[in-house]
Design a protein around this ligand. Sequence first.
Ligand SMILES: [Zn+2]
Length: 182
Amino acid sequence: MGSTDADTEDSAATRLAHLERYYREHPVTGPTEGRSPTVKPAAPLNLDTIDHTHASVAEIADHTYRINPAAGPLPNSAAAVYDWAREHTAHADDTGRLQLAIIEYRQYLEHAVRAGDHTIVCRHRCPKCRTFGLMWQPQTQRAACTNRRCVTRDGTTTLHTLARLAHAHVVARETIRQARAT
Ligand SMILES: [Zn+2]
């Protein structure tokens, strides 16, 4: 209905569906084979991905039931949980829907990073200095700002969690949307 933007094609749902598909097609190696130093050899990545999927769905479900205890059963497909959540929180207040949007966007980033698409963070401005130039840092699981003037008080690189990026992105998107609506 015109309220959607570019993330109709590239969304948390499509990213989660991709992870699930990849898991089924590559049950032994997983999506980041040989690429991510964060992969622990003792932990089979496919089990990690199943856990990740379950945890993601559970988080969305918890938030939805908190807003709307009568939301009913979850959809069969994990990737369908985002549409389900939006549908059942459509009449919630702005705060509840904004929180859901932030969680969904954070999960979108998490799914992408898990699939090895670390460049996803480069598409976002640094929430602190507002410039582009974020790089994913696997060892800290944070996005590092490469702007040399954007450092912490003790002179170290500014690092952002995916939650921080998601919050900044969704709040900015909502601000633009509200400005257009008035
Ligand atoms: Zn910065």
